[in-house]
Design a protein around this ligand. Structure first.
Ligand code: DON
Length: 614
């Protein structure tokens, strides 16, 4: 179990942070060790607990940056800006200024949940054949990704400005200081970043700027521990700190981005200055579903995350999962087939609702879900799964989607001292995005989240490329409420497996009453399209024969989620009764599969059996 053990580093960031603690995992690629039972595999890691404020994110430097802002009286929105700017430096392969993001924000004073869409958009010159060859056949994935073609207008910079404008308290400039300082001083390349550079080799070398940054002069990939300075990023941040995020979308920085995208030698893109100038963050309706005693709220279209997680939970609502064992293949039959049914609807109906009419309400309608859930009453894996026919005031013939999705991305959660919450999933899509680097950051390849085919047998696909459209996402930043009060915030990277990671972790917390850290570390079993993915090197592998006997194909593989979550009312269960007993506290978890950390202000030492010592 040694690999599962977290270490706690007591550290001081100044008097305001006595009692600061981190939980951090050394190796990102490490999955929990195998054990005889799923739950037995988890016993050793515990959440970090704090009484006042908390941050859970994918890198300890990002967590520290956010902690500094909170220490100076910043809100969750202020801290989110600092965390994102630092992630763009120390985890550049996953997210940054060149990408897009979705955020759920709980405003404690207003008791209001807002969801903001900072998704990338297709250039106005893009057409449905963007990712097709001269014969109308889909391009190979990496032929589409690397270069300028896949790059959508970045949304993250404007999303950060929006967060600050709506809920920030600290001066804008101050939020940039931690990342500017670290970019100038240099940071140690993490084991995960080093492994990803080495693993990406030639693709990352195609752009001279990326080659110069991620490789030595001899063309060797940077090693873990190498000190990396990013003066170009520091310079960009200094401009944005001074002039605001409009300076990203017009002027010299915008020109440099456009030049890079259109000038990409092998694969020039279509992005124009006007595309950048027109970019807007969009406030969307939160997508909420009732599950047990909770309301599980997530991101609506253009993300499929909130709707698909919501459908999975809605389909499971008639079944008492809490009475079923996570070690029983029958339990995973229910969860896996609920997921397959939800993915069938996702493939048929979900896309950017501003371009394609969608039965958003119908997909989560309790009567529709109850009737679909009847399909789960059998004893064996469903032989085939078709999309349902949700209630819809629209007639449209759509084909199933064919988008390809591969890993990178980051999720973080912040709770400030006033109880405001930011739950944000942020991405440049593939690891290192388009591989094009400009002004110290990488540009996204988010447009490859569109379906490469525009039609199937002459019938249009909802998620086809269209000018100005946002590609369908699977990102699922989530906030769970009970009686209108937030009890849990969570999310993950993982491409379309995000949906399975988040749904499983919600079930583990809300049904099986696991604490947030244990639920995050629990081995993954994910089923999207029929094959059951079982997490390599964990107790999930042992489920293979039983799942095969139920009729599933299984595939043992690495399942590198990056779940970060905070339970707001203690780690036993996110239950309002803890509030009534008068001793609420925050409990945070960071995924042992990555390099995450949890910061807890007013840290508590808790004995799992007895109580927390204040
Ligand atoms: O928006 C999406 O769903 C994807 N572009 C996210 C990519 C991702 O999570 C890769 N993860 N490991």
């Amino acid at each position: 179990m040694a690999l599962l053990k977290r270490w706690i580093i007591a550290t001081t960031l100044g008097v305001a942070f006595t009692g600061l603690a981190y939980a951090q995992e050394a190796a990102d690629t490490v999955a929990p060790e195998a054990a005889t039972r799923l739950l037995a595999a988890q016993a050793e890691r515990q959440p970090v607990r704090g009484e006042i404020a908390m941050i859970a994110a994918a890198n300890h430097l990002a967590v520290e940056a956010g902690a500094q802002i909170l220490a100076n009286g910043g809100t969750a929105a202020d801290a989110a800006v600092a965390v994102q700017l630092m992630l763009g430096l120390v985890e550049p392969q996953s997210s940054g200024l060149g990408g897009g993001a979705f955020v759920l924000y709980w405003d404690a004073a207003e008791k209001r949940l807002t969801t903001l869409d900072g998704r990338e958009t297709a250039p106005r010159a893009a057409t449905p054949t963007l990712f097709q060859d001269e014969n109308g056949e889909p391009l190979k994935f990496f032929d589409a990704v690397v270069g300028g073609r896949s790059i959508g207008v970045p949304g993250t910079p404007r999303l950060l400005a929006e967060l600050h404008a709506r809920w920030g308290k600290r001066p804008w400039k101050d939020l940039f200081q931690p990342a500017i300082t670290k970019a100038r001083q240099g940071f140690a390349v993490s084991p995960r970043l080093a492994a990803q550079i080495a693993g990406d080799g030639d693709r990352l070398k195609t752009d001279p700027a990326a080659r110069a940054y991620f490789f030595t002069g001899d063309g060797e990939p940077l090693q873990a521990g190498a000190i990396l300075r990013n003066l170009a990023y520091a310079g960009t941040l200094a401009i944005l700190a001074e002039q605001g995020m409009d300076a990203f979308y017009s002027g010299p920085l915008a020109e440099a981005i456009v030049e890079k995208v259109r000038g990409a030698e092998a694969n020039p893109g279509l992005l124009a200055r006007d595309d950048l100038a027109r970019y807007r963050v969009i406030e969307r309706e939160p997508v909420c579903v009732d599950y047990r005693d909770y309301q599980v709220c997530g991101m609506g279209p253009p993300s499929s995350g909130g709707l698909t997680v919501g459908q999975i939970l809605g389909l499971l609502q008639p079944f008492d999962i809490s009475a079923m064992s996570p070690d029983d293949a029958g339990t995973w039959r229910l969860i896996g087939d609920a997921s397959r049914l939800a993915f069938a609807d996702r493939g048929r109906y979900m896309a950017d609702v501003d371009f394609v009419p969608m039965p958003v309400k119908g997909l989560l309608d309790p009567a529709y879900l109850a009737s679909r859930s009847e399909l789960l009453r059998g004893e064996r894996a469903l032989e085939s799964v078709e999309p349902g026919k949700p209630e819809w005031d629209h007639a449209l013939n759509l084909s199933d989607d064919e988008a390809i999705e591969l890993p990178s991305t980051s999720h973080f959660v912040i709770v400030d001292a006033d109880g405001n919450i930011a739950s944000m999933t942020t991405t440049i899509e593939n690891g290192f995005g388009s591989r094009l680097m400009v002004a110290g950051f990488l540009l996204n390849n988010e447009l490859t989240d569109f379906s490469f085919r525009s039609h199937s047998d002459g019938v249009p696909i909802a998620n086809r490329v269209e000018p100005g459209k946002r590609p369908r996402s699977s990102m699922a930043p989530t906030i769970v409420l009970q009686d209108g009060v937030p009890v849990l915030a969570i999310g993950s990277p993982g491409g379309s497996r995000i949906i399975g990671y988040v749904a499983k972790t919600l079930i583990a917390i809300l049904d099986w009453r696991l604490d947030v850290q244990t639920a995050i570390d629990m081995p993954h079993l994910v089923n999207r399209f029929g094959t059951y993915d079982l997490e390599r090197g964990t107790a999930a592998e042992a489920m293979a024969p039983a799942l095969e006997a139920l009729g599933y194909k299984v595939n043992v593989r690495d399942l590198n989620s990056g779940l970060h979550g905070i339970a707001l009312w203690g780690d036993d269960v996110p239950d309002i009764s803890v509030l009534e007993s008068g001793s609420p506290y925050l409990a945070g978890g960071a995924d042992s599969r990555r390099e995450g950390a949890v910061f807890g202000q007013g840290a508590l030492k808790c004995d799992p059996i007895t109580a927390c010592i204040r």
